[in-house]
Design a protein around this ligand. Structure first.
Ligand code: SAM
Length: 414
């Protein structure tokens, strides 16, 4: 017989788990998300379950299974590595007419755990019913395909869905389309209008439906400051016309991204805003070139600095003396055109001329390239190599860690 699918509402209801290994570690977080009152019976448990017990999120009885443990349960999971114990748990649950799942024997289970996932406000559960497809990887693969389809918008029930309102300010990550968050991608797929930046992951725009209006904010004229006002006005205008607006930005919207200005403009106009953080290029781009911005024993701090104005410029508020005197990693954005002035300032305030420097251009994109140098030589190397923005400059000994990693990588084949 085919199983009958139900969504169990477990809030405040007792679920008994017997066994504390890998299966229990996977099941318990989802049960807690559903609000279940979890009782775990097992002499030993995995570290993640021990943490949940210590935090008071589950009750753990550190002992073997005893008759009577299933009393009061709405659902029982038998997931020890001893089939006899699992069979005893299942028999007790059956006797008291409680649904039970046996991790070791699907055929002897009263209920099966589907491969489940969530996207676009929809919970997806998949059970393979054809015995030839009994491999759980088959259900998981279908679940993944459905969830990915919902996230990207390729799969949608457009007319039945509840339309999100207002504006979503979405951090798109440094450029690789795989580095946007799941939520960012989902909201992008639901948008009626998308306002995108030059450094946002623009290849994602190809996936949008034909009826989505795409506005290239990089092409709005009137100069930098005015352009921002026009972007703010466009966000408000489209949202007030009842359209759901996705504002797709590079990196994280709140890291030198003027995201908060857009949030304020929307809220001042009474437009609801959703904020989706992104992977900032300040950390993601160095990582893509194997540069850790911190490393035990090497750098205990890192400073992220915008060099859109040079040191010495009256508009600069950066304390270069402090940065020159510190031993922390410096991550410099918008620095390529002013790298000579920056290097001079850091040398003047105490950084050593042979401090390693890495310049990473087009980080996470297929055109990514890295130029390694020293503080003394970085200006001429950048000129020789014709490096153009966007680029991140990392100053500090962590660059040597990247050199070690890339050297080792050469000997490790995938
Ligand atoms: C106006 S800031 C925006 C930063 C963005 N909000 C973030 O969190 O990554 C633009 C600067 O970010 C850096 N940047 C952004 N994307 C980059 C990438 N893919 N590769 C290298 N640098 C990048 C460059 O320094 C660029 O000039």
């Amino acid at each position: 017989m085919d199983p009958y699918l139900l969504g169990l509402r477990l809030e405040g209801r007792r679920v008994v788990i017997v066994g504390g290994g890998a299966v229990a570690s996977r099941r318990v977080p989802a049960l807690l998300d559903a609000g279940a009152d979890v009782l775990l019976v097992s002499p030993k448990v995995a570290a993640s379950l021990e943490d949940l017990a210590a935090a008071g999120r589950i009750r753990w009885e550190p002992r073997g299974y005893r008759p009577g443990d299933c009393a009061g349960a709405w659902l029982v999971c038998a997931c020890t590595d001893d089939p006899e114990v699992n069979a005893a748990v299942a028999a007790a649950a059956e006797a008291q007419r409680t649904w039970y799942v046996r991790a070791d024997d699907a055929g002897a289970s009263a209920a099966w755990t589907p491969a489940s996932g969530q996207a676009a406000g929809t919970r997806v559960a998949v059970l393979s019913v054809d015995p030839k497809l009994g491999d759980p990887r088959h259900s998981a693969a279908i679940r993944d395909a459905v969830v990915a389809g919902l996230q990207s918008g390729r799969l949608s029930a457009r007319h039945g869905r509840r339309h999100p309102a207002g504006v979503a300010i979405i951090g798109g990550g440094p450029g690789d389309p795989g580095l946007i968050t799941v939520r960012g991608r989902q909201l992008l797929a639901e948008a009626d209008v998308v306002l995108t930046d030059r450094l946002a992951p623009r290849s994602l725009l190809d996936e949008l439906r034909d009826d989505v209006e795409i506005i290239d904010a990089g092409k709005i004229p009137y100069g930098r400051a005015m352009a921002q006002e026009h972007i703010n006005a466009a966000l408000v205008r489209h949202a007030q016309a009842g359209r759901f607006v996705a504002r797709l930005k590079g990196g994280d919207p709140f890291v030198f991204g003027r995201g908060a200005e857009e949030v304020l403009a929307c809220l001042r106009a009474g437009v609801p805003v959703t904020m989706v953080p992104g992977v900032t290029s300040a950390v993601g781009v160095p990582a893509s070139a194997w540069v850790p911005v911190t490393h035990r024993g090497v750098a205990q701090e890192f400073h992220v600095v915008s060099v859109h104005v040079a040191p010495g410029d009256e508009r600069s508020t950066v304390n270069w003396e402090l940065l020159g005197g510190s031993s922390g990693t410096l991550v410099l954005l918008m620095a390529v055109e002013r790298i000579g002035a920056v290097a001079d300032e850091l040398l003047r305030y105490g950084r050593s001329p042979d401090t390693p420097v890495s310049v990473i251009a087009d980080g996470t994109l297929p055109t990514q390239r890295t130029i390694n140098s020293t503080l003394e030589q970085v200006e001429s190397r950048v000129a020789e190599e014709g490096v153009r923005p966007p680029a991140i400059v990392v100053v500090g000994d962590v660059v040597s860690v990247a050199t070690e990693i890339t050297e080792l990588m050469r000997h490790v084949t995938a």
